[in-house]
Design a protein around this ligand. Structure first.
Ligand code: HGY
Ligand code: MN
Ligand code: MN
Length: 429
């Protein structure tokens, strides 16, 4: 079947049926975890393999050819009507998670790609569709995010020496994976790939506060990730007078409250200490060494850069006042990104065509779209997050919003076909 635009009532009916299937699949994939009792899937892990095994038949039944690439990304190729070297639309998101995650962050965007090719019900478009499930966006295993999407745009080289908790480097993890997956294909994208579309839960309260199902993302805040090590002096908790201590945890605690105050006083600035460990960790031992993370976000890269400098200088000043020193390093910086205006207007049109209002949004969360966007025209559609909850087991999504997204996504496919035809100067008959 070639690409005749189907009646919108048909698309709406397809979308309603497909929404419950997508939710059931999200629940099934949530069982693929590296840590029983919570959802945790990390880069190239056994749970990630199980997700690939679960998804493969779903994609094949939909008429897609499934492979994995050498960075552990899941790749499903749905051919075009001409089945030749046609333009290609990339749809996807990530399959990895944060610790103790919800069931929709990332996964929903990959299942949306599957739902859209299924929703074509065998119809072929004048472009191919490649659905991609990125192997690592959160950076849970190595602390460095976006490994899957960076691999497909050949931007992984300067991260290869990053080490996980077991001292394994990203380079070693990749060569082990390739050795175990001789069938894995090249990571780079086809040169015929002409656009990227990512559906994702908003992970915040905005759409819910405006009673909207969908939002169209036009920009994503930049983010910095830092390591800090406060080097004090361990000592006896019972015999060391308070004034003679070099308590690394007290220094870190003082710094964290300053961090919160600095961020609270800069419009739109977010600063988070998500990880902290105190050594040696005895109840009766003054902590001598404290290691912690710092995550800083802002839509303006200059403000973010200045804020990182101020916050790290504060750590040095507090440590100096307490007679100790601190090692602080920004090890990851991802600039803020504006998405592609043509792709954004196609999303606006598709959402409206599906009968939904939407707003333009800036994403405070990072997404693979920000890694892809400098290389491909990219756009994102957000789905409402009930309670604004995410990175938490209570993360959820409404079935009617998933139906809205699938409906809008099917409209997007037809819009994208028209857009390509106009671009090539031969409007579709
Ligand atoms: O951290 C983020 O913003 C995303 O969830 N990885
Ligand atoms: Mn996330
Ligand atoms: Mn995500």
């Amino acid at each position: 079947m070639n690409s005749t635009v189907v009646a919108d009532s048909v698309r709406a009916a397809i979308a309603r049926n497909a929404a419950s299937t997508l939710l059931a699949r999200s629940t099934a994939l949530a069982a693929c975890t590296d840590k029983p009792g919570e959802i945790l899937r990390t880069f190239l892990s056994p749970a990630m393999e199980r997700v690939h095994q679960r998804m493969q038949p779903w994609f094949e039944t939909a008429g897609a050819i499934v492979s994995v690439d050498r960075a552990g990304n899941l790749r499903a190729f749905y051919p075009s009507a001409s089945n030749e070297n046609s333009p290609r639309l990339l749809i996807g998101s990530h399959l990895d998670t944060v610790p103790n995650a919800g069931a929709y962050d990332g996964v929903l965007g990959v299942l949306m790609g599957l739902a859209l090719v299924e929703g074509l019900s065998g119809r072929k478009m004048p472009f191919a569709v490649e659905i991609i499930g990125f192997s690592d966006e959160e950076g849970t295993r190595f602390g460095i995010p976006f490994l899957g999407s960076r691999a497909v745009v050949n931007q992984l080289d300067d991260a290869l020496l990053g080490k996980d908790a077991n001292g394994i480097t990203i380079r070693e993890a990749l060569s082990d994976y390739a050795a175990g997956h001789p069938e894995a294909i090249e990571t780079s994208l086809s040169s015929m790939t002409t656009g990227y579309l990512e559906f994702h839960i908003e992970q915040g309260p905005v759409l819910e506060s405006k009673k909207l199902a969908l939002g169209v993302v036009d920009s994503l805040a930049g983010q910095s990730r830092c390591h800090l090590v406060f080097n004090g002096r361990a000592g006896h908790a019972g015999t060391t007078p308070m004034l003679l201590r070099r308590d690394a945890l007290a220094a870190a605690a003082e710094w964290m409250t300053r961090c919160e105050m600095i961020a609270s006083n800069v419009e739109g600035l977010m600063a988070t200490v998500g990880q902290i460990s105190a050594e040696p960790g005895g109840v009766n031992v003054i902590p001598g060494t404290v290691r912690c993370s710092l995550d800083v976000r802002h839509t303006d890269d200059t403000v973010r850069g200045q804020s990182v400098r101020v916050i790290l200088e504060e750590a040095h000043a507090i440590a100096a006042r307490r007679g100790m020193q601190v090692d602080a390093e920004e090890y990851h910086a991802q600039p803020a990104v504006h998405l592609d205006s043509a792709m954004i207007s196609l999303c606006d049109k598709a959402v409206r065509q599906a009968g939904y209002a939407s707003i333009r949004m800036t994403s405070g969360a990072g997404h693979d779209a920000m890694v892809i966007a400098p290389h491909l025209p990219a756009a994102m559609v957000f789905l409402r997050s009930p309670g604004g909850i995410s990175h938490h087991p209570d993360e959820s999504v409404l079935e009617e919003d998933v139906a809205a997204a699938i409906h809008a996504g099917l409209c997007f496919l037809d819009e994208f076909a028209l857009f390509l035809a106009e671009k090539e100067g031969n409007p579709i008959a």
